[in-house]
Design a protein around this ligand. Structure first.
Ligand SMILES: [Zn+2]
Ligand SMILES: [Zn+2]
Length: 417
């Protein structure tokens, strides 16, 4: 094995050969899979929630009643589907354009990169004797004592990363075989952990921070500036009663600016690979869908792993909460720091919305019944005041079919709101 051994008192770095990374789902390139997966996840999760919604399963966890879904939204489900698909088309085109400039990804350098981290760990150990000297500890003799007592690794680390017994035989660049220092097993294990887990975790944390920050300030700007609100963001707020697949119901410009550009910048600045971006884009999408699902489920992990969830974001969709809870989609630290978090109990407000929607639905049923009874009658018939007792009972029968909508317990525990 030919090695790079420019620094002879340190373990050498292994040589490596780069080969293109084979695609996860050949022949589709990874960066294209990273664009497809979020869309598949969006509709798959949305359809699960939609099924729960239309069949009115788990009514006890609903944030809004079916009557509210019918009466309070200012947009039909089909218009929502149409605009979401448009946003996803734009998002895919932007992603494809960006991936055109992506450098090709290669594998084969992993061991080398891990060895670079192991060397950094060795450098940190070299500072230990001087640091311990500051508190009056003679690291060299302490290290020797520990090594003699059977703690060779600990002794070597305290003595400044000196492991005289750890060597390896390698062929140098000039073809001569030589004995050179080797890394300790623990150094390689820690380096491997840093490379495979710690750095990717930091990249995700950075990505989450970028998306939350980007979305908070742009979203808040859309509410502070009247033109931005009226022209773009008001479309998303036609959904007073959010449901899962309404998560990306936006004006196309807003969808591009907030979601596509936000996650794109997070991906680029975090230096993620295409494989990482598959997770990141898909997880961000799933989280956004879940935040609009309309249910406060106690057993949905997505509603508990971060401080933001459906109940939190739902407040922002209400006319009384629209100037609060701007944070999206992961954490709410910006709302907390800048004092835009909704404070106070919301139980009564939710109760009032439910009752109003139910009343409207009942009135509609009464109107429909009156029309059916007397199609020639003028449209100004006084609703809710039938002229005789027979009419009253007939109306009661007609509206009975709607009782299912108000019969179920759609209460939301105040603890989740
Ligand atoms: Zn908003
Ligand atoms: Zn929303």
């Amino acid at each position: 094995m030919a090695v790079n051994s420019s620094v002879y008192d340190l373990p050498p770095l292994p040589a490596y050969t780069l080969t293109p990374r084979p695609p996860l789902l050949a022949p589709i390139p990874d960066n294209v899979v990273a664009l497809i997966l979020p869309i598949v996840a969006y509709w798959a999760l949305s359809m699960v929630y939609h099924y729960i919604d239309v069949n009115d399963y788990f009514p006890q966890y609903r944030l809004h009643t079916p009557a509210e879904v019918l009466k309070r939204n200012h947009v039909t489900r089909w218009e929502v589907v149409r605009d979401v698909i448009l946003q996803q088309v734009i998002q895919t085109i932007a992603g494809l354009a960006m991936s055109y400039f992506d450098p090709d990804e290669y594998i084969g350098k992993e061991e080398y990169d891990i060895a670079v981290w192991a060397r950094r760990i060795r450098f940190v150990q070299r500072a230990l004797p001087r640091l311990l000297a500051l508190v009056g500890v003679d690291a060299m003799s302490l290290g020797k004592n520990l090594s003699h007592s059977g703690y060779a690794m600990l002794g070597g680390a305290l003595a400044g990363g000196r492991y005289p017994g750890l060597t390896q035989s390698v062929v140098l660049e000039n073809g001569v075989e030589s004995i050179v220092p080797a890394f300790a097993g623990w150094e390689l294990s820690v380096a491997s952990f840093i490379y495979w887990y710690f750095i990717p975790t930091l990249q995700f944390v950075w990505g989450v921070g970028v998306v939350d920050t980007w979305q908070y300030f742009l979203h808040r700007a859309m509410h502070l500036n009247r033109w931005l609100y009226v022209t773009f963001h008001s479309r998303h707020h036609r959904l007073y009663v959010p449901y899962a697949f309404g998560a990306l119901y936006n004006h196309p410009v807003e969808g591009f600016l907030l979601d596509t550009a936000g996650t794109g910048i997070a991906f680029l600045t975090a230096g993620m690979t295409n494989r990482q971006s598959m997770w990141f884009f898909t997880f961000s999408t799933i989280k956004t869908v879940d935040d609009h699902c309309g249910y406060a489920f106690p057993w949905d992990p997505l509603q508990h792993i971060t401080s933001n969830n459906a109940a939190y974001h739902d407040i922002h969709h209400q006319s009384w909460g629209i100037k609060t809870n701007f944070s999206q989609p992961f954490f709410i630290f910006w709302d907390r720091l800048l004092n835009t978090q909704w404070k106070g109990d919301v139980k009564l407000r939710y109760e009032r919305s439910r009752e109003t929607a139910q009343r409207k639905l009942d009135d509609d049923a009464v109107q429909a019944a009156i029309k059916a009874e007397a199609p020639e009658a003028p449209a100004t018939v006084c609703v809710g005041e039938p002229t005789d007792s027979n009419a009253r009972s007939r109306l009661r029968k007609k509206t009975a079919t709607l009782d299912g909508l108000k019969g179920a317990k759609h209460g939301v525990a105040s603890s989740v709101l």
